[in-house]
Write a protein that binds this ligand. Structure first.
Ligand code: PMP
Length: 339
């Protein structure tokens, strides 16, 4: 839920999980250069980008499928693997698009409540039946930012039957502390049921260019390939992603900076008395049963836009230091008004 914003109000945008780092100059140049050849077909199916991603991750290009955002690829998985009479198991709250995608595929979801703000992997394994086609683990989770660690995910995989596909949604993994989130690529290498979706929208800062990718075994990806003709990544977006990958070290540095700001904001909020689970993503989550609309509007009226989920809490995307400080000051005011 986005609050009302008065026209012209000075705004710190902290509701959309965007990075506050604009694309690197080399990325902008790659887009510009490719745009000059937009009248040509170029690499329609993104073989060059798949090869660059494969090389970056150390996986065969054949195990990589690119699409216009990881959301589009997730929708393709729902359409290919699920349908009437089948369902997908995922945690709740998690990314609100999952149930919409299931509905688009005429299937349904089983939402397993988080436990202490984290995926309850035992309850998720218990929820799997013969009709389950997919199990989705958003790690770190949107909107809570919480992560499930390598040991817990491996144990979870051991409990799942062979007929399910396990989708690890790692949209925010680049912001996580080393070792806190398993590397889905290692898990996919060892387990043919596992696939991983990642995106250039968050850490790589290409949100509006729309590039995501899926890493999985050919038995999963090959049936999806014929559709790629209709869900292509534009040539400038492909070029941007290839250029951004070549600058991964700078991107990692930006992610470290974001993570340091996240830790700082979390500490300040904790000192103010807010209780919030540790986030491994580029946002923090304040659980709030009541007053979500009021708090998000209180912030918007003062130029800070955060994302409210009525009855559940408020998600605040990490932004520049000044924006984080502006939010922290409003959070302090709001708490004081409750006392
Ligand atoms: N997964 C998660 C958990 C997300 O929050 C989002 C975006 N909000 C996506 C995937 C999709 O991102 P994109 O389509 O931009 O790659």
């Amino acid at each position: 839920m986005r609050p009302d914003i008065a026209p012209g109000a000075a705004v710190h945008e902290m509701s959309l999980n965007e990075t506050y780092h604009p694309p690197l100059p080399a990325v902008v140049e790659a887009v510009r250069e490719t745009a000059t050849r937009s009248h040509r077909t170029l690499d329609a199916l993104g073989f060059g980008l798949s090869a660059a991603i494969g090389e970056h991750l150390g996986v065969p290009a054949r195990d990589v499928l690119v699409g216009p955002g990881s959301g589009a690829l997730l929708q393709q998985l729902f359409s290919a693997l699920t349908g009437p009479g089948t369902h997908t198991v995922h945690a709740w709250p998690s990314w609100e698009a999952y149930p919409m995608m299931a509905a688009n595929a005429s299937s349904s979801v089983v939402r397993v409540p988080l436990k202490d703000e984290r995926h309850d992997l035992d309850a998720m394994a218990d929820a799997v039946t013969d009709d389950t086609r997919m199990v989705l683990v958003c790690n770190p989770n949107n909107p809570t930012g919480t992560a499930v660690g390598p040991g817990a995910v491996e144990e979870f995989l051991r409990r799942l039957p062979d007929h399910v596909t396990v989708v690890l949604d790692e949209a925010y993994r680049d912001f996580a502390t080393e070792g806190s989130v398993p590397d889905g690529i290692e898990l996919y290498r060892e387990d043919p049921r596992v696939c991983v979706v990642r995106t250039f929208s968050k850490s790589y800062g290409l949100l509006s260019l729309r590039v995501g990718y899926l890493v999985g075994h050919p038995s999963l990806l090959d049936p999806l390939r014929p559709l790629q003709m209709f869900v292509r990544v534009s040539a400038p977006a492909q070029a941007a992603a290839v250029a951004a990958l070549a600058h991964s070290a700078e991107i990692r540095e930006q992610c470290r900076e974001t993570a340091a700001e996240r830790e700082r904001l979390h500490r300040v909020l904790t000192e103010q008395g807010w209780v919030s689970a540790h986030s491994e993503a580029n946002f923090v989550w304040l659980p709030l049963e009541k007053g979500v609309e009021e708090f998000t509007q209180h912030c918007a009226d003062r130029g800070v836009v955060v994302c409210g989920k009525p009855g559940e809490g408020v998600r605040v995307t990490i932004a520049e230091r000044a924006a984080n400080d502006a939010f922290a000051a409003l959070a302090a005011d709001y708490r004081a008004s409750l006392d």
